[in-house]
Design a protein around this ligand. Sequence first.
Ligand code: BG6
Length: 459
Amino acid sequence: MDTAPSDALVFFGATGDLAYKQIFPALQGLVCEEGLNVPIVGVAKSGWNLEQFRARAKDSLEHHGGFSDANFARLVRLLNYVDGDYYDPQTFQALKQALGAARRPLHYLAIPPALFAAVGSALAASGLNENARIVVEKPFGRDLESARALDRTLVQFFPEDAIFRIDHYMGKEPVQNIVYTRFANANFEPLWNRNHVRSIQITMAESFGVQDRGAFYDATGALRDVVQNHLLQLVANLMMEPPSGDSHEATRDQKAALMKAVRPLDAASLVRGQYRGYRAVPGVRPDSPVETYVAVKLYVDSWRWAGVPVFIRAGKHMPVTAVEVIVQFDKPPRVVFSEELSHGYLRMRLSPDVSVAIGLRMKRPGERMVGEDVELIMSEQPGSLTPPYQRLLGDAMRGDSELFGRQDIVDAQWRIVEPILKDPPGCIEYEPGSWGPEAANTLLGDYGPWRDPKPAPGA
Ligand code: BG6
């Protein structure tokens, strides 16, 4: 693996929404906290000049990045901007000039995948792919076939170890903490299998709708937007075998093995919902069949996990914004006390605040052997620290690919959802602010109910 650091950072789509909300704050963090000191060139087709681009960066930091004059001054001196069409060779000549003496640029494609081929080939035609790295944003394809086609395009211009497929969930501290907690403690391993775990629930709830992303969302839907990528990554972190060795590939090898063992979904294991009012969002088709909520039941066909259902749900316009994982354990094998016992569980809250808690049954004070369910919070933090894009772009600049997708993992993730992409069951309408269609409760059967995440403190 090539570990020489990249000596310039180019980002395409520099005037877009992702850049505004995530990339400028990440760049400020890299420059001011991690000492990044290389040219940073934004590329876009907006008819802007450098001053406008700098003003956009400032505005972004004021709204999303903790603006300070001193930090902004450090970032702004590195910023440059190239305006031009991605299909025009002149744009890439201008980029080459802007890169000056840099010889190992990192190109970050924060643009729609339909443009990847044009940008990749134009970079190659101007020699800007030499010793370069390329970071591509999700969605990586729309299905297995298009993901493979995209990959064939990229590998024409960049070797596999220079391609970084970003899934920002992988850069989140609490998502990495799942792996850390599992493998830095010996006490989870004996319990972490079909003999003790009864089911797993993952909830990704967002209290807002699709906002100004109607056109994007209506071509995507919840399954492609967050389940095929972010939430399956959580499944991998929760359920993969311990990595052997400490190479960058060791973790990805285990993720690939786990993803390949997930049974493809079928229509009976899926509930789709659409919030009332979605079709009126600008950019959304008036008769849109696209889901803003999805609940799935999946199984991992391995010795460790055979028969343990994993329930995943993700929805817009839910009652709260929170991401939580519940690992539910079996009940004791025999009744000792004359009361109905509940299932113990481990709860990992990943956002917006971060906590790890364990649900237990404890005795109530008094003479009788009668208990109550309690939750012991083992760790609690207000939020996650380093923004995920800062972590991931920093890793990519150093050539560290551990937290990025690999083609076989991406393929396996598409293979899981593929059977229901072409002919999905219809959407059930739900009220904004509710927990989605009632049918999602039926999906859980005896494993219900869903454990609804609580609102964040102060929300
Ligand atoms: C993005 C999805 O990938 O992840 C969005 O496109 C979603 O629809 C977002 O809201 C959630 O990520 P985060 O980090 O904001 O919780």
